[in-house]
Every structure is written in C-alpha cells, then in structure tokens.
Design a protein around this ligand. Structure first.
Ligand code: GLU
Length: 320
C-alpha cells in the first residue's frame, strides 16, 4: 500500500512553490490508491512562526487538499528521544562543541551551499553530553552522527534518477539534533517516515543532498532484515523567480492566502500550477482532483520551474 505525506514546516506562509510540490505528492498518493499523511514539522522553534501551522492547513484545504491522517511533530517528542537514545547507546552520536566559525576554519577546500564539511574535531573528545556542555557553557553542544570512512550512499530517485554521495567526504559527521534529548528536526523526519510507514517521500529537490544522511540514520535505526521499510524518494524541481533563485518574498507576494484574499479561485491557482506541470492549458481552471487524475511524473521538466513575472491575478504571469 502506498503511503505518502505532506510535511509542511510552519516557518512562513504557504506559497506557490510549496503548493506545487504538495500537488505532486497528492497526485502520487491518489493515483496509487494509497494513504496520504499530513505531518506538521514544527520542531524548528527559532524559525517557526506563530499561527503558520493553522494557516498552512487552511490554505491546503482551500486548495482542495484532503488527507487520511494528521500528525504534529511537537506531540511526538518521546518517539524522537527514544530513537536518539538508541543511536547514542550504539555509539553512533557524539556531542560536538564546535561553533560555525570553528567548522568554517576546518574546511580544507572552499565549499558551496549551506552544509559544511565536518572533519570530526570533537569525535571521542567528551564522555558525555553534560561534559561537553560544561566545556562551552553558556553555548550548547549539538549531536553529530559518526560517519564511517568510505561511506558512499547511492540510490535511484523516482524522479531525479541515480544519485550518490560520498557522505564521509562531502558532509563528514553531520549534525542531527541541537538538544540533549536528541529531539531534533533531522532525526524526527527519519523516525516519522519509518514509524508512519511512508513508502514514497515526495519533496523539493533542495533536499536531495540531505537524503543520504537521512538514509544513514534510517539504516542505523532498522535491523538489516527491515531495510526494505525505508521509503523511496521522489525529489522534484523547485519553483524559482526570474533571477533563478528559490521563490521567496523578494519575488513578490506569492502566498496562497494573498491570492485567495484578492479573489483568485483555487481552481485558477491549481490550473496555473498544473500548466507548469504539463497537465493543463494556459489559463485553464481545474480542481485538484482533476489535476490528480491527469498528473504524469514523466511530463515534468527536470529544470526548475521559472516564473518570470507576477501580477495579483496571475493572468499576466508566464512560466518559462
Ligand atoms: N518540512 C520540510 C520543509 O518544509 C520538508 C521535509 C521533508 O519533506 O522531508 O522544508
């Protein structure tokens, strides 16, 4: 049985880009006759915005989304703590006291992107979290995952195709949680996908480089006989603005709520996004259900979906 999920983070309002990815996740689950889970990923406290979780659910319902089960990560902390405990007992996590500056200074080559390579400076340095905490108080340590030498993770993404990453050389020992109890975002995503029996993760391809690390965590939580319980992945291109950068405020107001408030119908928005996915004519208005019937993964362009201009009603907006 196919199990898919929508996993919004309440760090801001839902915009066209998020909606497009969720439409694909929805269509994949409905076409497979499977279950769809709504999982609110509200563990990133510094970035979470009050009211954003409720607003995202309202926006999705307005667009025509429905789902079969609903979860909120902040209500599942116990599960993440148990998983962290298991990894600590296996000796797979260790506390790290390095600051971002320390990690930057430890780079042997210039790096691109947000993720820095970590050469294991704190590996074996502290016997416990408390010891590490004392050493850098009032700053806080983080938990890092020990990556063995020559750890190359390869998989075939359902959309992006073959992908492989030499995790020990690209990421090194990557961070998994910022709290002593280990209930952090990276671990939570993996634990939930396994616990909820997710069979396919559909999400933006900005997360493709983070997937090998998540797969390593998943494997370390499973017995070899249950490795097949890991989800498959389907990373789809993001929506970008005219400058080629990921859709954001700088490109104008593309919040779903703002279109709704200015009188644009859900069918118009779905039709607009569906046309960017090869499933509707320009200007055609369709329901999410119709989109889900028409959707075909093989029709999606592999390059980012570039939207070159915005007006308040999308009529003058083109997709290139
Ligand atoms: N909650 C994450 C986000 O909104 C997505 C995580 C995932 O799909 O695994 O960026």
């Amino acid at each position: 049985m196919y199990v898919g999920r929508l996993a919004p983070s309440p760090t801001g309002a839902l915009h066209l880009g998020n909606a497009r990815t969720f439409m694909i996740a929805y269509a994949r689950a409905r076409q497979a006759g499977g279950r769809l889970i709504m999982r609110m990923e509200d563990l990133d406290h510094p970035k979470d915005k009050p009211g954003a979780a409720k607003a995202a659910i309202e926006d999705l319902k307005w667009l025509g989304f429905d789902w079969d089960e609903e979860y909120t990560q902040s209500e599942r902390i116990e599960l993440y703590r148990d998983a962290a405990k298991k990894l600590i007992e296996k000796g797979l996590l260790y506390p790290c006291v390095c600051s971002r500056k320390d990690v930057e200074n430890a780079q042997s080559a210039p790096h691109a992107g947000e993720q820095l390579f970590y050469p294991g400076l704190c590996r074996g340095k502290f016997a416990s979290w408390d010891e590490a905490e004392k050493a850098i108080s009032p700053r806080k340590p983080c938990w890092r995952f020990k990556v063995a030498p020559n750890t190359c993770v390869s998989f075939v993404d359902n959309f992006a195709g073959p992908y492989s990453q030499e995790v020990d050389k690209v990421l090194g020992d990557f961070p998994v949680a910022r709290d002593k109890d280990g209930a952090g975002y990276t671990l939570a995503v993996v634990v939930d996908d396994l616990a909820m029996g997710v069979t396919e993760v559909v999400r933006g391809d900005d997360l493709l480089p983070a997937t090998p690390a998540q797969m390593l965590i998943a494997k370390s939580l499973l017995q070899p006989s249950t490795f097949n319980l890991q989800p498959s992945y389907c990373h789809v291109p993001l929506v970008v603005g005219p400058d080629g950068r990921r859709l954001a405020k700088r490109h104008g107001d593309t919040r779903i709520a703002s279109y709704r408030e200015s009188g644009v119908s859900a069918e118009h928005l779905i039709g607009f996004l569906a046309s960017s996915l090869g499933c509707a004519e320009n200007g055609e208005e369709i329901s999410l259900e119709t989109f889900a019937e028409r959707f075909d993964l093989s029709k999606i362009d592999h390059s980012p979906c570039k939207i070159d201009f915005f007006d308040t009603r999308l009529a003058a907006t083109s997709i290139v």
